[in-house]
Design a protein around this ligand. Structure first.
Ligand code: NDP
Length: 520
């Protein structure tokens, strides 16, 4: 997720002044000094000053327990329901051509469970990937960025090593080498996808319990409700770390989107290999591509346009997370959410193994000799829709993140690929709030308050549309995402109203549309 939501806060009613870095080398690290006077009219317009009142509001919000998701009963249902729902969807996809079957029939589970039984190979693949991601997160070079001042740590700012891009490129090179040498064919991922999903779910549950127990035993709990299921779901610990790796950020960025991409890569390669084998069997030879001056020779790509579409879609998403990773430490998830089932299960298992349904459906259809095919015009339309939505999503997130980072002095200019035009707004318009923060009203943010959600939803819809209309399952992501984003919009509205009061009303007056300009 690419946003920056900044909630500077200091204990003791001190006001925090974040200064702009004086040199590029120092840029990634925000430096603070504190003063006790009120808003300074000579304050540099680009820096943010959290007032005493603002700091108080934030501290109160950080310690207040609010039951969400239906409270203890609701979260218990979610914790039990998610693994069952994912298993059900997977079996429908794998065994029933994506058709929804009654989960109440015993035969459904008797026939389906073997396809998701964990095995040694799946465990090695998932855990090997996870451990490797931890090692690279801890050791690869990257920029260091400070998070927001953490109220429960007396305003301390934790440091985050953002080396996502380096690890991502290393992953790609390694996958290429392992596949081409035959040490680990990437197709093994889709061959073992059901068992890998189960390993991921079991691992997520183990991590949830372990994090909770360690938090309670070590006395590092934060904002506990006293209800075991609720605290298990929301988490007990705010900033769990192993060495220099922040587990929350690591789980959110390094695991889900990379696995999602590698599932799509695996499916596309598998489809390609099956098609090449079929061509050879029928006596026709695939064309040969000679790349890098003949250094690499390969068969011309023989996978379907819809699978290539999913590969591009997932590549764009994972790449965006890696190239803009420095924006993550100041997000709501990192600043406020604890590391519980909600973030753990969803990132380690939910996102990668339920957002991939379109890919799996397309591959299964191809393997069943019932490939999903569309007209050139429909396919071209979806590619254009995906790229257009991606552009809005990337630049909208980037505009807000950079605006907020500039205020805090954490802005660092990056050359990670691709930097899109209009990703940074020069001299944007904004509302200066009594809290001290500024609300951006320029760029995309002058058109609608959640335009990045709209763009994200359009991308999610396109992931479904590329599979046609033969199954609901590829549309699970977009329908689920509507619920997720509706919840986030409501929650964020309440949060901003509490935090900014009348200034937020003024912001809503100046930017009246939420999702679609002039309509909604
Ligand atoms: P948002 O981007 O909606 O951030 C909300 C926060 O940003 C607010 O609380 C406020 O923080 C700040 N903010 C809001 N409006 C403005 C403004 N005009 N100017 C300055 N600051 C503002 O948060 P999310 O984390 O929900 O979403 C980030 C991205 O991640 C989105 O693109 C979303 O689609 C994506 N996402 C994807 C998911 C997936 O599963 N694929 C799941 C969830 C999100 P403050 O209190 O500091 O002022």
């Amino acid at each position: 997720m690419l946003l920056q939501s900044e909630r500077g806060s200091l204990r003791g009613g001190l006001r925090q002044r974040l200064q702009k870095p004086s040199s590029p080398a120092a840029a990634p690290v925000a430096r603070c000094s504190t003063t006790s006077d009120e808003t300074d009219s000579s304050e540099d317009e680009r820096t943010s000053v959290v007032t005493k009142e603002g700091a108080k509001t934030e501290h109160a919000a950080d310690t207040k327990v609010v039951y969400e998701f239906g409270g203890p009963m609701g979260v218990t249902a979610l914790m039990v329901g998610f693994p069952i729902l994912m298993s059900y969807m997977f079996i429908c996809l794998a065994l029933h051509h994506g058709r929804l079957r009654s989960p109440l029939e015993a035969d459904f589970w008797v026939e389906g469970l073997p396809s998701i039984m964990p095995n040694v190979r799946a465990t090695i693949i998932y855990m090997g990937f996870t451990v490797f991601q931890y090692i690279t997160a801890a050791t690869m070079p990257g920029i260091k960025v400070n998070g927001l001042p953490v109220p429960s740590l007396g305003g301390k700012q934790l440091e985050y090593l953002c080396n996502g891009v380096a690890t991502w490129y290393l992953d790609l090179v390694l996958v290429l080498v392992l596949h081409n040498t035959g040490i680990f064919p990437i197709t093994a991922v889709v061959d073992e996808i059901g068992p890998i999903m189960s390993v991921a779910m079991i691992w997520a549950i183990i991590v949830t319990i372990a994090t909770y127990v360690v938090g309670v035993v070590s006395g590092r709990t934060h904002r506990m409700s006293g209800s075991l299921p609720y605290d298990m779901f929301m988490g007990a610990v705010l900033n769990p770390r192993i060495g220099n790796v922040d587990l929350k950020m690591w789980a959110e960025i390094r695991i889900p989107w990379k696995i999602l991409f590698f599932i799509s890569l695996s499916a596309a390669v598998k489809d390609h290999e099956l098609n090449v084998a079929k061509m050879i069997e029928s006596g026709s030879m695939p064309g040969i591509w000679s790349l890098f001056g003949g250094l690499i020779q390969m068969n011309a790509i023989q996978t379907s346009a819809p699978l290539l579409f999913m590969l591009l879609a997932h590549c764009l998403y994972v790449n965006a997370c890696m190239k803009g990773e420095e924006c993550i430490p100041t997000t709501w998830d990192i600043f406020y959410e604890k590391f519980g089932y909600m973030l753990i299960f969803w990132n380690l298992a939910g996102v990668p193994f339920s957002y991939c349904y379109s890919t799996l459906y397309l591959l299964n259809q191809n393997m069943a000799n019932e490939p999903i095919q569309h007209s050139g015009a429909y396919t071209a339309f979806l590619f254009i829709l995906l790229l257009a939505a991606y552009y809005v999503w990337d630049t909208a997130n980037s505009q807000k993140n950079r605006f907020r980072m500039q205020q805090r002095g954490t802005y660092v200019e990056r050359n990670t690929f691709p930097q899109l035009p209009w990703g940074t707004i020069k001299n944007p318009t904004f509302i200066k709030t009594k809290h001290g923060n500024k609300l951006l009203t320029g760029g995309w943010w002058g058109w609608a308050r959640k335009i990045h959600y709209t763009a994200d939803l359009v991308m999610a819809l396109s992931w479904g549309l590329i599979t046609g209309f033969g199954s609901y399952i590829p549309y699970f992501y977009v329908t689920f995402f509507v619920v997720v984003l509706a919840h986030r919009v409501t929650r964020d509205h309440i949060h901003c109203k509490e935090k900014y009061g009348a200034d937020f009303d003024e912001y809503c007056r100046q930017v009246p549309y939420v999702f679609i300009p002039f309509i909604f």
